[in-house]
Design a protein around this ligand. Structure first.
Ligand SMILES: Cc1cc2nc3c(=O)[nH]c(=O)nc-3n(C[C@H](O)[C@H](O)[C@H](O)COP(=O)(O)OP(=O)(O)OC[C@H]3O[C@@H](n4cnc5c(N)ncnc54)[C@H](O)[C@@H]3O)c2cc1C
Ligand SMILES: Cc1cc2nc3c(=O)[nH]c(=O)nc-3n(C[C@H](O)[C@H](O)[C@H](O)COP(=O)(O)O)c2cc1C
Length: 570
């Protein structure tokens, strides 16, 4: 197609383009292709739009674990090939005031937590919900990413889609709700958008969202074969290493998690039955399942920490005046604001949301531990309600397991959190239970004899009581599976030392590893750990790589897009 000289020039100038710049440049060239050409060209294969109808759209994404971003980037590439100019926008950076400068605005956004927007898009989400902006010139469409195992499936996408309509924007494609297997559906969504905006007058469509019937997840039966508290008895924490045997082979990659739907406590459900007078054997139909009242309360419904919206609905049903912004357990609610009788409680049952799954990073490796055994590392979560110590539902449920107990789980692969090729170096930053996937990485690389070097940053409160998997980690160091180990025990010195301080101390070598192609993984608490680590990584890139703030940001962004910087934080 190009002479060698022209090809060399193109190669030279595009050599250090970021992925975004490459996508932009390909769109630019595609745009140029609409202008008169100096030589005869073969007819275009693509459904190409002529210069006069070329539209400019914004494709915005709101993400937590990177799926929406990856999808938006892929879809932007597809749209550009169709001759439509696309601006990719990250909703965590996007100024909502700019919305009324847009003509076509498409959003890909996931749902997190309990129906919440991704953390960094909260500002955007709140802005559009708290301000009466006039969006009557905006044409929009929303693709919602979610997971139908959660009770509030694709809630954030639904909210954004609804709110844009309320603000006067014109929906030109119905809300698309996608489950975990979203690629194909998303491909069709974008095709539909291209067709719609190619029509000169894109007309408004009604709010008839289209959902996706997922193939559903394969459920496995697991039996606890070992459960060990990894903390010393002097520790304030309890972290359980749980080994699970399965009857049938399982398959997963290091970085995947187990999804578990916990049961509610027998004693709490018994108290609820006594308080309300409901017949535990009465069969009740809810929107998702029909079961006895007892089964619903034990297995299917969230009774431990009700959503504010559920509390508000409870107030409506029972006629009590309840403050609008409180969250509490169903038992506490019934104790403070009792129901009149069993019939009223049946109505309450119908408004309870389903039990959400909890995820636990797999800490074993298929290669090292076989395909009928899987390990997790569970920190028992603790909190206080009216000065009374309480445990988190699922971590409490798992911590109290005894050997031989059975439970159901599924496997949640993490597309973005995967080991690179065996010869590539990795830096793992995982304080506390953040160690879990890295134990899996290390066992896997050890079993495979992978040549890439492995560097672990681990941290917790005290060396003596909280060095999780101490003997294994020290063995990995001895055998060379771990090339480097840096640890930060925050409460062992007067000055609090965390993993980011250790990273800072090793700035020069960390940067050398990055320049040599190492991948960086962060796992553990989202806030503040993962944010502090990210700030430190950026400052290392700036200072060691002599880069500006913006250049450091795009360096890390580029790493993320190439799968060399991944976070699994919660
Ligand atoms: C990808 C991923 C991987 C993960 N990996 C791990 C892992 O390897 N190890 C691990 O230990 N965890 C991991 N987690 C976290 C785990 O999924 C759970 O979020 C965690 O165990 C807490 O769940 P829980 O059911 O015990 O607590 P919940 O019952 O869900 O409670 C959570 C919080 O809600 C509040 N709360 C609950 N009930 C009440 C109430 N009645 N009144 C007031 N406040 C209340 C408290 O603040 C409490 O701490 C991971 C999460 C994700 C997303
Ligand atoms: C802790 C957690 C909570 C989630 N909560 C919901 C939820 O309430 N509703 C839902 O539909 N999906 C929920 N999801 C699923 C995500 O929306 C889904 O994995 C999505 O593909 C993530 O996209 P992202 O990587 O762009 O954030 C949750 C996922 C996690 C890890």
């Amino acid at each position: 197609m190009l002479s060698e000289a022209k090809f060399n020039i193109l190669k030279q100038i595009s050599g250090d383009f970021s992925r975004d710049e490459t996508i932009w440049a390909s769109g630019y060239l595609a745009g140029l292709a609409g202008a008169p050409l100096t030589t005869a060209q073969p007819p275009q294969q693509e459904n190409h739009v002529s210069q006069t109808t070329t539209r400019k759209i914004t494709l915005a994404y709101g993400t937590e674990t990177g799926n929406s971003k990856k999808l938006a980037t892929t879809l932007a590439g597809i749209i550009k090939k169709k001759g439509i100019q696309v601006k990719l926008a990250d909703l965590s950076q996007y100024k909502p005031k700019d919305l009324n400068k847009e003509e076509f605005f498409f959003v890909i956004i996931s749902t997190q937590g309990e129906g919440d927007p991704p953390l960094l898009t909260r500002k955007f989400y709140d802005y559009i919900h708290e301000n009466e902006i006039n969006l009557s010139n905006l044409k929009f469409g929303v693709l919602a990413l979610g997971d139908s195992s959660y009770p509030l499936f694709c809630k954030t996408g639904e909210d954004v889609d609804f709110r844009f309509e309320v603000l006067g924007a014109q929906r030109i494609i119905p809300l698309k709700k996608c489950d975990i297997d979203y690629e194909e559906e998303a491909g069709r969504w974008i095709e539909h958008i291209v067709e719609t905006i190619n029509k000169t007058s894109a007309s408004t469509v009604k709010n008839t969202s289209t959902g996706h019937v997922s193939a559903g997840r394969k459920k496995y039966n697991g039996r606890v074969s070992a459960i060990i508290n990894l903390n010393d008895i002097t520790s304030e924490k309890e972290t359980y290493h749980i080994e699970i045997e399965t009857d049938e082979p399982i398959s997963y990659h290091p970085g995947a998690a187990l999804g578990i739907i916990p049961f509610n406590s027998r004693s709490v459900v018994d108290e609820i039955i006594t308080l309300t007078g409901i017949d535990p054997e009465k069969r009740i139909e809810t929107s998702k399942v029909t079961a006895t009242a007892d089964e619903l309360l034990i297995k299917y419904l969230n009774i431990s920490y009700l959503l504010k919206t559920t509390v508000a609905q409870y107030a409506q049903i029972t006629g009590h005046t309840i403050p609008s912004d409180i969250r509490l357990s169903l038992l506490n609610l019934l104790q403070i604001y009792p129901v009149k009788n069993a019939d009223e409680f049946e109505q309450v049952i119908s408004i309870l949301t389903g039990q959400a799954p909890r995820l636990y990073s797999i800490s074993s490796s298929l290669e090292a531990h076989g395909d009928t055994e899987v390990h997790i590392t569970v920190s028992r979560s603790e909190f206080f309600v009216d000065d009374q110590k309480q445990n988190g539902l699922c971590s409490g449920f798992l911590s109290e397991f005894r050997e031989g107990e059975n439970f159901e789980f599924y496997i949640q692969e993490a597309g973005h959190f995967r080991l690179p090729q065996e010869d590539k170096d990795i830096i793992m930053i995982g304080p506390g239970t953040g160690i879990a996937p890295f134990r899996s990485f290390l066992w896997e690389r050890d079993a495979k004899g992978a040549e890439g070097r492995n560097w672990l940053f681990f941290g917790d409160r005290n060396f003596i009581s909280d060095f999780l998997y101490q003997s294994e980690i020290l063995d990995f160091l001895k055998t060379g599976t771990l090339a480097r180990l840096d640890m930060a025990f925050s409460r062992d010195s007067s000055e609090k030392i965390y993993v980011q301080h250790k990273l800072e101390q090793k700035a020069q070598e960390v940067f050398q590893w990055l320049e040599g192609g190492a991948s960086v993984y962060v796992c553990g608490t989202k806030d503040p750990m993962s944010r502090d680590v990210e700030k430190t990584l950026l400052s290392i890139i700036r200072e060691q790589g002599n880069r500006s703030k913006e250049e450091a940001l795009s360096y890390l962004e580029e790493m993320e897009l190439n799968g060399r910087y991944a976070k699994d934080v919660y």
